[in-house]
Design a protein around this ligand. Structure first.
Ligand SMILES: NC(=O)c1ccc[n+]([C@@H]2O[C@H](COP(=O)([O-])OP(=O)(O)OC[C@H]3O[C@@H](n4cnc5c(N)ncnc54)[C@H](OP(=O)(O)O)[C@@H]3O)[C@@H](O)[C@H]2O)c1
Length: 277
């Protein structure tokens, strides 16, 4: 694999893991995020695996920065084979809370409009090449909402819908679209949230590791998968939700009890226990 892979939100968490997973496969990397220092650290890790890397500090909510990012990638490598739209934020809070609408706005800016802008800049290049894959990072909450997570789930549903629309629009052009739906993952995303504030199904849940998600992204691209739900058993929840919101909510409630979570093999160190280490 000598493909050129552009990863947004590559300075930590899932984006870093995606970058390392592609580097292990011999890809050339373009890494973007706002924090220059952390980005430089990830670039060093990627280089240590023998991969060529270009790091471009960029805020995906800034159209000029996004244009400069894509131009820099094009002038260094002349092509982009895989775009991983991963940059994003997440906030916890009930609909009734004062900050709710603001949380929706901020999350929409970073996690949706950023994605749309980067995609629209990269897409003409992929269409000209007649090949390439756009990977959009959604969440299990991009198909099933949880209490106290309204602002995040609204935006993740939008990311899913954006991905599904785009996939149909580019069908037959050689460009593929993949949407990834990870469950709770042990990254900094929700580190500001109190344990007691977490949505009920997360109380006893053992989160995925960022590395598991990173490996799954590489596999999804190489196998041309359109949609990946992680872990696979989360499909049961999505199937229940598709049949009826009552069934979906009943499964979410059941997962909020330790016994059922244990029966489903979902218990272990929780998000906050892992973050505290
Ligand atoms: N953790 C989970 O439970 C989970 C589950 C499902 C899906 N996801 C999704 O996975 C993606 C990555 O999240 P994560 O869990 O890895 O969280 P994270 O550790 O907080 O990483 C978020 C990344 O996005 C970057 N970022 C945020 N805002 C940005 C902006 N405006 N411009 C450019 N980069 C920006 C951050 O870098 P800088 O701060 O340096 O800019 C960082 O690299 C998100 O889209 C999230 O919705 C996460």
């Amino acid at each position: 694999m000598n493909e050129v892979v552009l990863v947004t939100g590559a300075s930590k968490g899932i984006g870093r893991a995606v970058a390392l997973a592609f580097a292990q496969r011999g890809a050339r990397l373009v890494l973007a995020a706002r924090s220059q220092d952390r980005l430089a650290q990830v670039a060093d890790e990627v280089e240590a695996l023998g991969a060529e890397v270009l790091q471009v500090p960029a805020d995906v909510t800034d159209p000029e920065a996004v244009a400069a990012l894509v131009d820099a990638a094009a002038s260094r490598f002349g092509r982009i084979d895989v775009l991983v739209n991963n940059a994003g934020i997440g906030k916890v809070g009930a609909v009734a809370e004062e900050t709710f609408a603001d949380n929706v706005r901020q999350t929409t800016e970073a996690s949706l409009f950023g994605m749309i802008d980067v995609t629209r800049r990269v897409l003409p290049m992929l269409q000209k090449q007649g090949s390439g894959t756009i990977v959009n990072m959604s969440s299990v909450m991009g198909r099933k909402a949880f209490a106290r997570f309204g602002s995040y789930t609204i935006v993740m549903h939008a990311v899913s819908a954006f991905s599904d629309s785009l996939r149909q629009e580019v069908a037959g052009s050689g460009v593929k679209v993949t949407v990834i739906h990870p469950a709770l993952t042990a990254t900094d995303l929700l580190k500001e949230a109190d344990e007691a504030e977490m949505p009920p199904p997360f109380r006893y849940m053992r989160p995925l590791s960022a590395d598991e998600v990173g490996q799954a992204v590489v596999k999804a691209v190489s196998s041309g998968r359109q949609r990946v739900v992680l872990p696979r058993r989360a499909n049961l929840l999505l199937l229940g939700e598709a049949l009826s919101p009552r069934i979906g909510d009943a499964i979410a409630t059941a997962l909020s009890t330790r016994r059922i979570a244990r029966l489903m093999g979902m218990t272990g160190k929780t998000y906050h226990e892992l973050l505290a280490r």
